[in-house]
Ligand binder design. Structure first.
Ligand SMILES: [Zn+2]
Length: 76
């Protein structure tokens, strides 16, 4: 069965090959055109509506990429 992924904006499921894949590099999502970068990926439909929302709504890919703010280590 071909791999299916969920768009992190509209939650629609689609074939992985028909979605954009983003991975985190230096705290920013970068498109993984070949879909072969290691690490957790966030997927987004190849349509303007989802892409705009993806770029403008950081919480969406942050959730997908698990980059929630971690509490800083306490300094004593
Ligand atoms: Zn979408």
């Amino acid at each position: 069965m071909p791999p299916v992924r969920t768009c992190c904006v509209c939650r629609n499921k689609a074939l992985k090959s028909t979605l954009y894949r983003f991975v985190l590099e230096n705290g920013n999502p970068v498109q993984d055109a070949r879909q072969d970068k290691v690490g957790r990926g966030a997927y987004c439909c190849k349509n303007e509506k989802c892409l705009v929302a993806f770029v403008n709504q950081q919480k969406r890919w942050k959730r997908a990429l698990r980059v929630e703010k971690k509490p800083l280590a306490r300094q004593s």
